[in-house]
Design a protein around this ligand. Structure first.
Ligand SMILES: Nc1ncnc2c1ncn2[C@@H]1O[C@H](COP(=O)(O)OP(=O)(O)OP(=O)(O)O)[C@@H](O)[C@H]1O
Length: 338
C-alpha cells in the first residue's frame, strides 16, 4: 500500500521522475518545477572530470562547443549507470529548485522501474544521499503512473499499465494498491532510435545522429498514423562515401520493418503479462482496457498494434509523458490515493 506524505514533512519533499531521457521534478504546491533531459556535461580535460552543467543546457552543448566537453548520460535502460553523473544531476536539481532548501534536508520520492534490483535501488539511494538529500522513498513507476492517471488503484480490480519510456518498457498489473505482476524489457524508444541509426549505416552507408534518429522515429509514427505505409519520411545525416551532409527522403514502407520489430517486442511482453494474469484480475483489464503511458505512448500505432494482437482495447493516456510525475505530485501533496 502507498502512504502519502504527512503534512509536516510535505514541505521538505520533492517528487523526482528520473527517466533515461527526461527528468521531471514536482514540488508541493508548485507542480512541475523542473522538466529537462537527463544529461550531464563535464570538462573532459581534467584528471577528474569537472561538472559543468546538466539538463537542457548540457544537451544544447552537444557538438556545439570547441572546449573538450564530455556528455554523460546518468541512466541506461531506466536504471542508474553512472554514479557520479547521477549525483551531479541530483545536486543540479537541488540547486534549480533552490528555495526549498531553507526547509532543511529534502527527502525525495523517486520513481524506479518495477523490476529494479536491490543493488539498483541502493545505488539510487546512495547517489541521492551523496547529493545532500535525505534517504529517498522509492516507488514503482507503473504504480505512480496509475496514481497520476487518477485510477482507483485501491480497488480489488486488475488494471494494466504499459509504460513506454526511452530506456525501458514496463507492463504492470495493479490491484489493491500494489503491483501484482510486472514484465519489463530493458530497452524502449532509444532502442528504436539506435535500430534506425544501424539500419541507415548498414543499408545506405548514411550516418545519422541520435537526435535525427529520434526525429525520424516521431515522423514515422505520425506518417504511419496518417498516410500509413504510403507516406514518406525525411532524414538528415552524412553520406559516408563523400562525408557530406545530405537530406534524403524515402517511403515509410522501407523503414517499417525496423519499427515493426520494436513494436513486436512491446506486444510480446503485453501478451506474456496478459497470459500470466489471474482470471479474477483479467476481468477488469478486459472491461477497462490497457493504458499506455510514457513518451512512446504518443506513437498511436503502438496502442493500435497491442489492440490488434491481443483483442483488448488499448489507449494512450492523456498527458502520457507526465503521468509518473503527476503520481508523485499526488503523493507529496498528501492527497488521498485511491
Ligand atoms: N510522438 C512520439 N512518438 C514516438 N515516441 C516518442 C514521441 N514523443 C516522445 N517519444 C519518445 O519517448 C521517449 C521519452 O519518454 P519518457 O520521457 O517517458 O522516457 P523516460 O521516462 O525518460 O525513460 P524511462 O522511463 O525508460 O527511463 C523518448 O524515446 C522519445 O523519443
Amino acid at each position: 500500500m502507498i502512504s502519502t506524505s504527512p503534512s509536516a514533512t510535505r514541505k521538505r519533499t520533492l517528487g523526482i521522475d528520473l527517466g533515461t531521457a527526461n527528468t521531471v521534478v514536482v514540488a508541493p504546491g508548485a507542480g512541475i518545477v523542473y522538466d529537462e533531459p537527463t544529461v550531464c556535461c563535464f570538462q573532459a580535460y581534467d584528471a577528474v572530470p569537472r561538472f559543468v552543467t546538466a539538463g537542457t543546457e548540457a544537451r544544447n552543448f552537444v557538438g556545439r562547443v570547441a572546449k573538450p566537453l564530455k556528455i554523460v548520460r546518468p541512466l541506461r535502460n531506466g536504471v542508474l549507470s553512472d554514479m557520479v553523473a547521477t549525483r551531479e544531476l541530483f545536486q543540479f536539481v537541488r540547486r534549480s529548485v533552490g528555495p526549498l532548501r531553507r526547509f532543511g534536508k529534502i527527502r525525495p520520492d523517486i520513481g524506479i522501474p518495477a523490476d529494479a534490483t536491490q543493488s539498483e535501488r541502493r545505488a539510487l539511494e546512495t547517489a541521492a544521499m551523496d547529493a545532500g538529500f535525505a534517504r529517498p522513498r522509492l516507488f514503482s513507476e507503473p504504480l505512480l503512473a496509475a496514481i497520476g492517471l487518477d485510477l482507483d488503484i485501491a480497488e480489488p480490480r486488475g488494471r494494466m499499465i504499459v509504460d513506454c519510456g526511452a530506456g525501458t518498457t514496463e507492463v504492470a498489473v495493479i490491484s489493491l494498491g500494489g503491483v501484482c505482476l510486472s514484465k519489463a524489457a530493458r530497452g524502449g524508444g532509444e532502442a528504436l532510435d539506435q535500430a534506425l541509426i544501424d539500419y541507415f549505416a548498414s543499408h545506405h552507408r548514411f550516418k545519422i545522429g541520435h537526435s535525427s534518429a529520434e526525429a525520424l522515429k516521431i515522423q514515422l509514427s505520425n506518417v504511419l498514423a496518417g498516410d500509413g505505409e504510403k507516406g514518406w519520411v525525411e532524414v538528415r545525416g552524412l553520406e559516408m562515401a563523400t562525408g557530406l551532409p545530405r537530406t534524403v527522403q524515402m517511403p515509410a514502407a522501407e523503414v517499417l520493418p525496423v519499427w515493426l520489430k520494436h513494436v513486436e517486442q512491446i506486444v510480446h511482453i503485453v501478451r506474456d503479462a496478459l497470459s500470466e494474469t489471474p482470471p479474477g484480475l483479467s476481468e477488469g483489464i478486459l472491461e477497462d482496457g490497457i493504458t499506455l503511458t510514457g513518451g512512446g505512448a504518443l506513437d498511436r500505432m503502438i496502442a493500435d498494434s497491442i489492440e490488434a494482437e491481443t483483442g483488448v482495447r488499448a489507449y494512450a493516456a492523456e498527458g502520457a509523458l507526465h503521468s509518473v510525475a503527476r503520481g508523485l505530485e499526488r503523493l507529496i501533496e498528501g492527497s488521498s490515493v485511491r
